[in-house]
Design a protein around this ligand. Sequence first.
Ligand code: PHB
Length: 395
Amino acid sequence: MTQRRVIRTQVGIVGAGPAGLMLAHLLGRSGVETVVVDNRTRHDIETTIRAGILEHGSVRMLLDNDISDRVLTDGYEHEGIELRFDGQGHRIDFADLVGESVWLYPQTDVFIDLAAARERDGGDVRYGVTDTRVENVLDAPAIEFTDADGVDWRVECDYLVGADGSRSICRRELPESMRRSYFREYPFAWFGILCEAPPSAPELIYAKSPHGFALISQRTDTVQRMYFQCEKDVDVDSWSDEQIWDELQRRVDGDGFELKRGNVFEKTVLPFRSFVCEPLRHGRLFLAGDAGHTVPPTGAKGLNLALADVAILHRALADHYETGSTTGIDAYSDTALQRVWKAQHFSYWMTSMLHESPESNAFDRKRQLGELTSVVSSRAGSTWLAEAYTGWPQR
Ligand code: PHB
């Protein structure tokens, strides 16, 4: 067996999704060296369909750090969303309520921009690696892996960041005795489609109907993304295009609104889960994004939360390398978790307000309508939603 090649870096990052690459990019701009590894190929990550909404703070991160301004040309600014119930739409006007907007710009595009920026800047990113393991997170962290050409590597680093998604291998390094895990499972899932059709609406529609929830989202002028609440064990292939369209339509019916139908070319089931791991640090290991927490997709918070984590972590690590201070890194977990729990609440709240639960009775359904009416008929209620949806200020 040939010997492992050893490299030294300042921050080793497991996971080359948007969180890992954004952190590597920001640290690079602050003069801190990184090595990023991911077991997926660049092509795998580029072709995985993920959510599509960026908070204004996430957009600013792309624009202000010399990553790409493609979001301005290929993305779509949305100044509101529609909440639809009892057959009627109610617009939540973000621009009027909080002076902010969000952008429809899929996570895949965020990844493409970050991967191109890393390549442009000469960042060390190893895609398609195998047999990744991490060790010594308390004193001398290291990542070992085999690269795509079969060469064995050992990356020795000062700090290790687990940005390796919900099935994180890094999270396992937090001993059971000090790790607290908080879970909520939901008794339903989302059936997601991509279709070839013009947009049915200019902004996202979050619809509650007696038949369950539906979300009308978009991608481009010719491709649309839509979802509807379904059973957890649904077999997507057993649904014909016509059944899908009929199901979506009956969930948005009322006041003459008609979906624009087209060929469905992609069908998937999205799992629905809320999860937080505390703390987000153990010794020299930090968790960021889905490695530390998962939200259900209803509030579009997953990617935004991951980017907010790495904004905090970047400042903490950059400050540490510049001044030697550990104040930022010591505060990382608590600081990040404040936003995480706000987003957990928001995602849970949107989910529970809009979905039909098999456990709920007529009282629960009437109460949900009362809740939706309170939100749309009160400026205070709508403002709270607008503030959370567009994103609280980054710290
Ligand atoms: C999407 O377009 O994929 C999307 C948008 C908003 C959500 C979830 C998913 O809340």
